[in-house]
Design a protein around this ligand. Structure first.
Ligand SMILES: Cc1cc2nc3c(=O)[nH]c(=O)nc-3n(C[C@H](O)[C@H](O)[C@H](O)COP(=O)(O)OP(=O)(O)OC[C@H]3O[C@@H](n4cnc5c(N)ncnc54)[C@H](O)[C@@H]3O)c2cc1C
Length: 487
């Protein structure tokens, strides 16, 4: 049973027991394993003894739509089309071929449904999708599988990782963790049935032949092609391979080496987490395999300190990123209105940035100069180059990248806009709650005032490229992403 803390009824319409199937409208948790929304859809299909249909679409009408994001999503859909072939479900992958081409599809498929389950995701198109679902004439349930803890467990927003960690530790230690099925469709028996032929004719699903050539499929779509494919292939299979590789080869030194750009010692999972190709629960299962960790291992007397996790240094460092920091971002998006606007920064940060708003800037750059990596700073240019070509920036340099945009922008408000634009257009993990966590962290969110007070930054934490070069190794990074690099 999916915990009630993860379920929300989105509208007032009743279920229709005479409907043809239960519909799972998969829009954010794009995976068929470790997925509470799919668990719930299977549960309903079993209760009503009806077939299960999964409709997974990708539309053209979202901000920053481009070849890079589309291709990653479609590779994930290909993965599912193949995996679900032998499963008791009608999988309906749909790609919008021209703008507006999906209009009416959801309504048509829902009209034949007993009821509908969909993903409850708090940012970007998540809220808009829920609004659309609320108008449907059958019961719609939204299921939250954003993270390890149900989003609404936290009654309020938290101003710092420390405060949120304390809450997470206390909650897990007291209530434990709910768990999704590893394989919700495994061993399940459901009647066969699918979406009516007339609907399939009007809105044809992506065919197996098209999935054999995802690049060709994406090329034929009216998309911005200037931002090409990213550095990784999408899909849950690929996500699991990255996870295994990380656990087997890099986890042991994650604590010590993850901040060195030359090493690139992190998990590289963020695009897969962003598009829902893998869940935090699956990552945690692998992370904790071979340990005897249970929720009782949490030490609440650490009062929000990292050691409270009760794990070795590397596992602690990693769980702290993927649970504390990642879920803090989701928490903020739920509880802080305008989380993506400059006005949502803490008062102290806005006050100190305002005090220094008219400080002279030695360098200022326009969006185009930044986008084309044409600044005077070789390390910054290399990070931007990595973003443009691969769709990612090494985590440590991503902080520097943001701090320099603040330093080089005419105002902090413009810095926020530029970061949002570049991050969300190019990063495969962009448009995520943690896009806004990272961007607004560079401007003071989740942080405290620092001294000495500096030009432009005021009391906001400062970072410099020279210090970064001194503190960590960037030689190989510059060779790869710098001018004439071997990308
Ligand atoms: C300016 C700026 C912009 C950022 N934009 C994004 C973004 O668009 N999308 C995004 O997912 N993250 C963003 N981050 C956070 C962080 O840089 C990435 O999550 C991380 O680099 C992803 O690489 P990884 O998966 O190898 O991380 P790992 O170090 O392997 O961490 C595992 C997971 O933990 C989470 N995580 C790690 N670091 C952070 C962090 N600082 N804040 C929140 N969650 C974290 C991510 O889900 C990550 O995949 C941004 C940070 C900054 C400073």
């Amino acid at each position: 049973m999916v915990s009630s803390a993860r379920l929300r009824v989105i509208n007032t319409a009743p279920s229709n027991p005479d409907g043809e199937y239960v519909l799972y409208y998969m829009t954010a948790f794009r995976r068929h394993r470790y997925n509470f929304a799919l668990d719930r859809a299977v549960e309903l299909a079993e209760d009503f003894r009806k077939p299960l249909v999964i409709l997974e679409p990708i539309q053209l009408n979202y901000r920053w739509a481009c070849v890079r994001h589309h291709r990653f999503v479609l590779e994930g859909m290909r993965d599912r089309a193949r995996a679900l072939q032998a499963m008791p479900v009608d999988y309906y992958p749909f790609v919008e071929r021209e703008r507006g081409g999906m209009l009416g599809l959801l309504e048509a498929v829902a009209a034949q449904a007993v009821c509908l389950v969909t993903d409850d995701y708090p940012t970007f198109h998540g809220p808009r999708i829920l609004e659309q679902c609320a108008t449907l004439p059958v019961r719609v349930e939204g299921v939250d599988h954003n993270g390890l803890l149900p989003l609404r467990t936290a009654p309020k927003g938290f101003p710092s990782a420390y405060a949120f960690r304390r809450f997470v530790h206390a909650t897990i230690a007291e209530a434990g963790l709910d768990r999704p099925s590893v394989d919700p469709l495994g061993g399940v028996r459901l009647p066969e049935g699918d979406v009516a032929g007339a609907i399939r004719e009007r809105w044809p699903p992506v065919s197996p032949a098209e999935f054999d050539d995802v690049s060709g499929l994406v090329r034929a779509l009216p998309l911005d092609a200037t931002i090409g494919a990213g550095w990784v292939t999408g899909g849950s299979t690929e996500a699991r391979e990255h996870l295994d590789d990380f656990i087997n080869h890099r986890l042991a030194a994650y604590d010590e080496r993850r901040n060195a750009p030359d090493d690139d010692w992190s998990s590289r999972l963020s695009p897969y987490l962003h598009f829902g190709h893998i869940s935090a629960h699956e990552v945690l299962d692998q992370l904790l395999a071979g340990t005897d960790w249970t929720p009782a291992s949490i030490d609440t007397s650490a009062r929000g300190g990292r050691p409270g996790w009760g794990l070795d240094a590397s596992r602690t460092a990693f769980i702290d990123q993927i649970v504390t920091w990642r879920e803090l971002g989701f928490n903020t998006c739920l509880h802080l209105p305008q989380y993506d606007e400059y006005a949502s920064l803490p008062d102290w940060a806005r006050a100190t940035l305002t005090d220094h708003a008219s400080d002279p800037r030695q360098w200022t750059y326009e969006l185009e100069e930044l986008e084309s990596a044409s600044t005077h700073d070789a390390l910054w240019n290399a990070a931007q180059q990595q973003l443009v070509v691969e769709g990612r920036i090494h985590n440590y340099l991503r902080m520097l990248w943001g701090k320099k945009i603040l330093e080089w922008s005419p105002s902090p408000e413009e810095a926020a806009d530029v970061m949002i634009e570049l991050n969300n257009a190019y990063a495969l993990d962009g448009r995520d709650p943690n896009s806004y966590s990272g961007i607004f962290w560079t401007l003071g969110r989740y942080d405290r005032p620092w001294g000495p007070e500096r030009p432009i930054f005021g009391k906001v934490r400062y970072m410099s490229s020279d210090n970064t070069r001194r503190k960590t190794s960037v030689t190989a990074y510059l060779e790869r992403y710098g001018p004439g690099g071997n990308l």
